[in-house]
Design a protein around this ligand. Structure first.
Ligand code: ARG
Length: 460
């Protein structure tokens, strides 16, 4: 193992290529505008950066491990094409601010993609809720507790996913700040214009303190926390899909093409997608612990440990986004069984709380009513209840348990319908948030390329 081989980071930071080109282009436009480098030199640099990106996209860019990372490979390419004068491209900058700027550009994209996939999943789950009109047993301690609505169960997960969206939206705000111009850590003696590069790169503002700029990676830890929390909910949802799909619960069916078989047992239709999501959640937690541990002992400003920051970020976001995408599709291929079949699964006692509530209406304090119902169940003799409630006790059935519910957010038909309609509107609004942010980035790219055309025309 050579030092070069051990310290190089090309395998991971190739992924920064496009961001790095945009970054360096903006930096050089700024250097030219500020008179720090000649305009024709900036033009030559930018022309060759464009060429490098073209070759990269065509799969023809030749990387050299000797050159350590994506940044040095690109610089070396530009100098080899445009000559020594292009060495000006790294004036007033360090790889320390360069790499973290690239990473923030990718991190904001990752955040938006995850936010979009959360909304797609939520939409798919709204459809699932709307076609799941059945009453199912609700559980506490995995014991039948009260009758509930399948749609209410699905809507509960949607609300959690919409909070994940909001959490990521908060993380985005703190991610989309520009550290470029911090240089090694202490800034530079050249008269740079940091706000100009921040604007060209579509950032909402600066990471102002130059030491903070190169040293901080809390944006990665924050995004990974969001992804870990999101995975926990995905995993719980999948756990329930697995349980409800079992012969013992018998509540849902997954279309056979969304299950997998066994190499030995011909009858098997296994819920592997849900199981793998549950399994991969451990990996996402690992990625969060990875970045937190990485940061724990690293002094400010830059230390080489930080090169490792991209692995957990990219791994977790790739995995979470693939989980979200596949669960969006799988949810379209799950259905609850017919009510008649589900009815066979209810225990007799599942209406016990509603029986006690009836006794309360008849004037018995709740604790006494609770004890009366408990005793009747234990003795399997309901005469004491009949004495108080008479005929009305026969009204306590599964269907009426749902109908009688009144409280806000409860599992009754009206509340479920109201919440579904409300969440649909919320999802639409949330899509607009993503669109606005994407447009801002696209506009910044257009402004950058307009400045590029000016400089390149000048050169001709
Ligand atoms: N490849 C490095 C990374 O990903 C780039 C920064 C290197 N900076 C340095 N001072 N050696 O972190």
């Amino acid at each position: 193992m050579s030092i070069k081989k051990f310290t190089q980071s090309l395998n991971i930071d190739k992924r920064l290529f496009e961001a790095d080109i945009w970054n360096t282009t903006s930096h050089n436009l700024m250097l030219a505008k500020q008179g720090i480098i000649e305009k024709d030199v900036a033009g030559e640099i930018i022309k060759n950066l464009k060429e490098a990106l073209k070759e990269f996209k065509e799969g023809n860019f030749k990387f050299s491990e000797e050159l350590e990372d994506v940044h040095m490979n690109i610089e070396s390419y530009v100098i080899s094409k445009g000559g020594e004068k292009c060495g000006a491209m790294h004036t007033a900058r360090s790889r320390n601010d360069q790499v973290v700027t690239d990473t923030r550009i990718l991190a904001r994209e990752i955040t938006l993609n995850t936010m979009e996939n959360l909304l797609n999943l939520s939409n798919s789950l709204i459809d699932f809720a709307e076609r799941s009109k059945v009453i199912i047993p609700g559980y506490t301690h995995l014991q039948q507790a009260m009758p509930t609505l399948a749609s209410h169960w699905i809507l509960a997960y949607i609300d959690a996913f919409l909070r994940d969206f909001e959490r990521l939206n908060g993380a985005y705000k703190r991610t989309n700040l520009c550290p470029l111009g911090s240089a090694a850590f202490a800034g530079t003696s050249f008269p740079t214009d940091r706000n100009f590069t921040a604007k060209l790169l579509g950032f909402d503002g600066l990471i102002e303190n130059s030491l903070d700029g190169v040293a901080s990676r809390d944006f990665i830890a924050e995004i990974l926390s969001c992804l870990a929390i999101l995975s926990a909910t995905l995993s719980r949802f999948c756990e329930e899909i697995i349980l409800f799909n079992s012969y013992e619960f018998g509540l849902i069916e997954i279309s056979p093409e969304w299950t997998t078989g066994s190499s030995i047992m011909p009858q098997k239709k296994n819920p592997d997608i849900a199981e793998l999501t549950r399994g991969k959640t451990g990996r996402i937690y690992g990625d969060l612990i990875n970045i937190l541990t990485l940061l724990k002992g690293v002094p400010y400003s830059y230390n080489r440990d930080m090169q490792e920051d991209k692995f957990p970020l990219f791994d977790a976001s790739d995995e979470v986004n693939s989980m979200l995408e596949i669960l969006t599709e799988m949810s379209r291929n799950i259905k609850f069984k017919e009510q008649e079949q589900i009815n066979k699964k209810f225990s007799n006692e599942i209406i016990a709380t509603d029986m006690a509530n009836l006794l309360v209406i008849k004037g018995i304090p709740f604790r006494k009513a609770y004890n009366m119902v408990k005793e009747c169940i234990n003795k399997n003799d309901f005469s004491e209840i009949n004495k108080v409630a008479g005929n009305e006790i026969s009204k306590i059935n599964i269907e009426n348990c749902i109908k009688f519910r009144k409280s806000t957010g409860s599992a009754n038909y009206d509340e479920v319908e109201r919440m579904a309609a409300d969440r649909k509107k919320k999802i639409e609004k949330f899509y607009e948030i993503i669109e606005e942010k994407r447009k801002r980035t696209e506009d910044a790219k257009i402004i950058t390329s307009q400045y590029c055309s000016e400089i390149l025309n000048l050169q001709v």
